[in-house]
Design a protein around this ligand. Sequence first.
Ligand code: PEP
Length: 252
Amino acid sequence: MRRPIIAGNWKMHKTARETAEFAEAFIPRIADVRDVEVVIAPPYTSIATLAEKARGTNLRVGAQNMHQEDQGAFTGEISAPMLKELGVEYVIIGHSERRAYYGETDEGVNLKVKKALASGLTPIMCVGETLEEREKDATADVVRLQVEEGLKGVVPGDGEKLVIAYEPVWAIGTGKTATPDQAQEVHSLIRKILGKLFGEETAKKVRILYGGSVKPENIASLMAQEDIDGALVGGASLKVDSFEKIVKYYEP
Ligand code: PEP
């Protein structure tokens, strides 16, 4: 009942020309994919190119961040209307790299999530614990706080439009994946928290993606878990072959 999403986060990879080359090779390969939402979030400089190539296809375009204001004196920032005009439908918010390197806080994440929802963009809100927090047995507390603070003031009707990505920081770009059981445990906790915030019916509709060293070899076992509704994929989304295999995780 929850339509899976496989989303590629390209981070600071690929020029516009490289993006065009990727799109030309990749889009025909996913033309027959019907039951999975396929998203790529390239760098800002590649969004227009990707959106142009993706028009009329089943590839959707995301952004990796945005500002919470529509416009203003915010040098270096990009707003929701700017993304929407280019055809962007999804926006990653609060990725752990933005939290770690650019000082993003739960409060800031909350403003951006609310802005994305109000603008008709689908926020992919990222949460997840560090290795130190996991080793201190603090995973549940950390994730609960990030979810509750990130979603403060979001009304249940908007809740179902949300996407959450659980990305344990120790698994991002490290080659270490959470086991399907470890991931499922946190996904089910997140759904319980959503149930308290928005009610059971809404919580059942929210897609919760797993992220952290997802590869063609581990995607099927992750997707087999009850509360894992897709993946946010970094490194393995940069190559046509590996991203195609992840998108088609259901093929034997
Ligand atoms: C990410 O950056 O969201 C991510 C999950 O990266 P990787 O797949 O490379 O671990």
